[in-house]
Ligand binder design. Structure first.
Ligand SMILES: [Fe+2]
Ligand SMILES: [Fe+2]
Length: 169
C-alpha cells in the first residue's frame, strides 16, 4: 500500500519531533553532568539515544514504503535550567508534546485507513504511556527530595527508582 501524502507528512513531522526530543535530552544530560549529577546525566543520555531510535523506526517505515523523508529543522535546545526540577519539568513537557504528536499521526493513519502505519503507531502509543509515567515519577521524586543529600541519593539510584524498563526502548 502506498503512503498517502497526509500520513507521510505526519510521520515525517513525528520523526523530527523525536529527533528534537533527542537533542533536548542531550542538552539536559550535559547540564546534569556539569552539576555533578552523574546518574541524571546517564539517564538523559539514554533517553536521547532512545528518541533517536524512535525517529529511526519512523524513517524506516517511510523508506520501506518508498518515501524519502523530509526532515524538519530542529531548534537549539534550552540549556538555561534553574535546577533539577526545571530539567524534570522540561522532560515532562517534552513527553506530553511527543504524545500529542503520536496521536495526531495516528489520527492521520486512521483517516486514510492506513493499516500498516496504524500498527507502527500502536507501539508508539504504548511507549508514550511508559514515557509519561517515568516523567511523572521524576517530578514527584525530585519534589520529595528536600535536601541536597536526598538529591544525591536520588541521583545515585535514579535508574532503579524510575523502573527497570524506563530506559528499555
Ligand atoms: Fe520517543
Ligand atoms: Fe520519550
Amino acid at each position: 500500500m502506498s503512503l498517502s501524502p497526509n500520513v507521510a507528512a505526519a510521520l515525517e513531522t513525528q520523526a523530527t519531533l523525536e529527533l528534537a526530543a533527542a537533542q533536548n535530552y542531550l542538552a539536559m544530560s550535559c547540564w546534569c553532568e556539569v552539576q555533578q549529577y552523574d546518574g541524571f546525566a546517564r539517564f538523559f543520555r539514554k533517553q536521547a539515544a532512545e528518541e533517536r531510535e524512535h525517529a529511526e523506526r519512523l524513517l524506516k517505515h517511510l523508506t520501506d514504503r518508498d518515501v524519502v523523508p523530509h526532515l524538519g529543522a530542529i531548534a537549539a535546545p534550552n540549556i538555561a535550567f534553574k535546577g533539577l526540577m526545571s530539567v524534570a519539568q522540561a522532560a515532562y513537557d517534552l513527553e506530553r508534546a511527543n504524545t500529542r504528536g503520536i496521536h495526531q499521526a495516528y489520527e492521520a493513519a486512521l483517516a486514510e485507513k492506513d493499516y500498516p502505519a496504524q500498527v507502527l503507531l500502536h507501539w508508539f502509543i504504548s511507549e508514550q504511556v511508559e514515557e509519561e509515567a517515568w516523567s511523572d515519577k521524576l517530578i514527584a521524586k525530585i519534589r520529595d527530595a528536600g535536601c541536597s543529600g536526598a538529591l544525591l541519593s536520588l541521583d545515585r539510584h535514579l535508574e532503579k527508582i524510575l523502573g527497570g524498563d524506563s530506559g528499555a526502548d
